[in-house]
Ligand binder design. Structure first.
Ligand SMILES: NC(=O)C1=CN([C@@H]2O[C@H](COP(=O)(O)OP(=O)(O)OC[C@H]3O[C@@H](n4cnc5c(N)ncnc54)[C@H](O)[C@@H]3O)[C@@H](O)[C@H]2O)C=CC1
Ligand SMILES: O=C(CO)COP(=O)(O)O
Length: 421
């Protein structure tokens, strides 16, 4: 319990995002900022992408005479009045110390811990808006499941956030269907946090209010060519008057009796598990929609897990530990839960049952929530095609080709059958 010692300052926490998972994580975090007043400020800011919302008739808050139910109101106002995100996490009471804030600069002001939790397609724009608005010594944790691919190669989102904002950013991922966790049903998660050593030990004298001048620290980065390496980056030290942000204190921020946290340093493994399982879940949804049964679904899951491990080794080399995929919640366990009840699985299944495109099902069924598997399949294919490696990842390639309408889900068995070389 050494890290609970007396420090002059406490960490202020902001959740960047307020969707289904963003709102659930705000509940988890706000319970813990209350539980650890020595470490964290009680109030938790939650940035809300503002939209006008009317309380649905099915809501426990619906009251035909109330102005909130007659005319659309800003979502942030509804959350702060009712302590419920009626659109993205209906039926769940958020702790009163969660404060919804539609202003991004205001929500992150003076925060030392930034939790990024929004659909991955929005993160680049958010980082651009945050530039120059955050404390130079802030630390991040990305709960986002996705990757970024461009002409230079593949980048983890945690790494992307870290680079764009000039901060260290770890990753959280696991077998974590948000609605179950919001109801307090037990599960596990994995947090990868491999911060600069100075965060736990404060080895440098800290002078100015902003923690002095940046000092060199080593962080894990991935070479776009696939060669893993450690690279030196300039990071501003966390001032010594804050509690250290080591594994123990990061765990205090997330761990709950119903949300069990395992800490690791394998940021790449944790991030890739969360991103790639969404592609596998689409395939599982299609075979289930075809009525092919559990054996077929297991086959898709088995091959998907092998491709996940191979992808990690191919593009991230030794920075990824295979054991992260096999032993941690962010690996096989997330594949299993996502292929049983995740949104990617459910929408893919419905697309077969209703003979609709998956984009149409997403629009009709998810009430503004976003699938991540469809865009991740495109990103992964961009990378594989660019390197002539589509045949080395037949399931990922088949999912992409089905989404493009080039082949049909019924062809999955022949498409993923090993080819004689
Ligand atoms: N929902 C779940 O069960 C889990 C989700 N995740 C991951 O967490 C991440 C966030 O997912 P959710 O919170 O579920 O989001 P969601 O699917 O509920 O997405 C909707 C959110 O996107 C926001 N949004 C819409 N347009 C926007 C824009 N232009 N700019 C910024 N924000 C905009 C909406 O306001 C809303 O907050 C994803 O990467 C997802 O894969 C991870 C574990 C569980
Ligand atoms: O990541 C998830 C469960 O761990 C949720 O997956 P979906 O986005 O497919 O719902």
């Amino acid at each position: 319990m050494a890290s609970l010692g007396v420090h002059v300052k406490r960490h202020k926490v902001t959740i960047v995002g307020s969707g289904n998972w963003g709102s659930t994580i705000s509940k988890v975090i706000a319970e813990n900022t209350r539980a650890y007043p020595q470490l964290f400020e009680e109030e938790v800011q939650m940035w809300v992408f503002e939209e006008q919302v009317t309380i649905p008739k099915t809501s426990r808050h619906f009251d035909a005479g109330s102005e909130l139910c007659i005319t659309p109101q800003p979502l942030s106002l509804i959350i702060n009045r009712l302590h419920e995100n009626v659109k993205y996490l209906p039926g769940i009471t958020l702790p009163s110390n969660v404060v919804a804030n539609p202003s991004l600069p205001d929500a992150v002001k003076d925060s030392t811990i930034l939790i990024f939790n929004l659909p991955h397609q929005f993160i680049n724009r958010i980082c651009e808006s945050l530039h120059g608005k955050i404390l130079p010594y802030a630390r991040g944790i990305s709960c986002i499941k996705g990757i970024e691919v461009d002409e230079s190669g593949v980048t983890l989102l945690s790494e992307q956030i870290g680079r764009k904002l000039g901060i260290y950013c770890g990753a959280l991922s696991g077998a974590n269907i948000a609605s179950e966790i919001a109801q307090g049903k037990w599960c596990e998660t994995t947090i990868a946090y491999d911060p600069p050593l100075m965060d736990s030990r404060h080895p440098t004298p800290i002078g100015t209010p902003h923690g002095g001048s940046p000092s060199a620290s080593t962080i894990n980065l991935v070479d776009p060519s696939g060669e893993p390496r450690k690279r030196s980056a300039r990071l501003t030290p966390l001032p010594a008057d804050y509690p250290p942000l080591n594994h123990e204190n990061v765990r205090h921020l997330f761990h709950r009796p119903y949300f069990h946290v395992q800490m690791t340093s394998d940021v790449a493994g944790v991030s890739l598990g969360g991103a790639l399982k969404n592609i596998i879940a689409l395939a599982a949804g299609w075979v289930d929609g075809l009525g092919w049964g559990d054996n077929a679904k297991s086959a898709v899951m088995r091959i998907g897990i092998l491709e996940m491990v191979k992808f990690g080794k191919t593009f991230f080399g030794d920075t990824v530990h295979t054991s992260t995929f096999t032993e941690e919640s962010c690996g096989v366990a997330d594949v299993v839960t996502s292929c049983m009840g995740g949104r990617n699985f459910r929408c893919a299944k419905m697309s077969i049952e209703r003979c609709m495109s998956i984009d149409e099902v997403e629009r009709l069924e998810l009430n503004g929530q976003k699938l991540q598997g469809t865009s991740t399949a495109v990103e992964v294919n961009l990378l594989l095609r660019g390197r002539g490696m589509e045949n080395d990842f037949p399931l990922f390639t088949a999912v992409h080709n089905i989404l493009q309408g080039n082949v049909k889900p019924e062809q999955i068995p022949e498409l993923i059958e090993p080819k004689d070389s």
